[in-house]
Design a protein around this ligand. Structure first.
Ligand SMILES: NC(=O)c1ccc[n+]([C@@H]2O[C@H](COP(=O)([O-])OP(=O)(O)OC[C@H]3O[C@@H](n4cnc5c(N)ncnc54)[C@H](O)[C@@H]3O)[C@@H](O)[C@H]2O)c1
Length: 269
């Protein structure tokens, strides 16, 4: 077990990519703190996770034989993040891995976007990543070890029409990660990014449904850029990339990123 004795916080871990990341870490013995908002936001065209999702996620992780607990936390709120870190330390005694995965998106052109729509996306991805790092890193620095993985996107490497807020946040995460890596390398902490292509999670299904594209029709459109279409990128592919980055197999990798997109970014759009 490569992560035996390690404690991981996975934000947005109640479902989708976050839950798959949590499962992959648990399979290597890590104990898991799932942090999720368990509430909806005004400007999103789909529902976020709820308490039942969280409970099911935590029970599934416990069934893998590791200690797992759920924490309600809106990563946009400083008080929530501070409380999360305190509660995780009280329950588990340490934090070795932070996965900044919590995310959401709406699809609106900038010329029509109101401030709340911008804020709900930017504050979740970018401010949330800053806040979680801000309150977890002092503990990793004190223990002189740690791993941070932040989830960006293909949208952190190119633009998407109607996704200006999402792409701004995801580009921002890549820049933030490089600076973070410089700041904490001397403390034996590595910081990396994983950029998924399309993954058919509740977020993507919700966005596809917003455009009237359900099921296979939606999938066809949203996976169109992938060079490898079979198999499609699954949440477990994101989880395995995160897991590899936080093991010693990736011990010389920091300030960097892995793109899990079936080759989408390899060709000019
Ligand atoms: N699905 C894709 O195609 C895709 C592609 C690229 C990147 N990503 C990224 O992967 C990550 C996970 O997305 P997903 O596709 O699994 O979506 P999802 O909606 O299935 O899961 C996201 C989780 O984050 C939680 N969350 C949202 N806002 C939060 C907040 N402010 N505080 C705490 N929790 C919050 C939700 O409740 C949900 O449980 C996101 O960062 C997303 O941008 C997804």
């Amino acid at each position: 077990m490569k992560l035996e004795g390690k404690v991981a916080i996975v934000t947005g871990g109640a479902r989708g990519n976050g839950l798959a990341i949590a499962r992959c870490l648990a399979e290597e013995g890590a104990q898991i703190a799932v942090a999720d908002i368990c509430a909806n936001m005004n400007t999103l065209p789909y529902d976020l996770s709820n308490e039942a999702d969280m409970n099911e996620a935590v029970a599934g992780l416990q069934a893998l034989g590791v200690r797992a607990l759920g924490f309600r936390c809106d990563v946009r709120r400083r008080a929530d993040v501070e409380a999360l870190v305190e509660q995780v330390l009280a329950a588990f005694g340490r934090i070795d891995i932070l996965v900044n995965n919590a995310g959401n998106s709406s699809m609106v052109a900038i010329a029509e976007m109101d401030e709340e729509t911008w804020d709900e996306v930017l504050d979740t991805h970018l401010k949330g990543t800053y806040l979680c790092c801000r309150y977890v890193l002092p503990h990793m620095i004190a223990q002189h070890s740690g791993n941070v993985v932040s989830i960006s996107s293909v949208g952190g490497q190119r633009g998407f029409g109607m996704g200006g807020h999402y792409c701004a946040a995801k580009h921002g995460i890549i820049g933030l990660n490089k600076s973070l890596a410089m700041e904490v390398a001397d403390h034996n902490i590595r910081c990396n990014v994983v950029c998924p292509g399309t993954v058919w999670t509740p977020m993507m299904q919700g966005i596809a449904a917003y455009f009237g594209l359900e099921g296979e029709e939606g999938k066809e459109q949203f996976f169109a850029g992938h060079l490898i279409k079979d198999p499609e990128v699954a949440p477990e592919d994101i989880g395995r990339a995160v897991r590899w980055l936080v093991t010693d197999e990736a011990r010389c990798i920091t300030g960097n990123m892995i793109t899990v997109d079936g080759g989408w970014t390899a060709k000019a759009p």
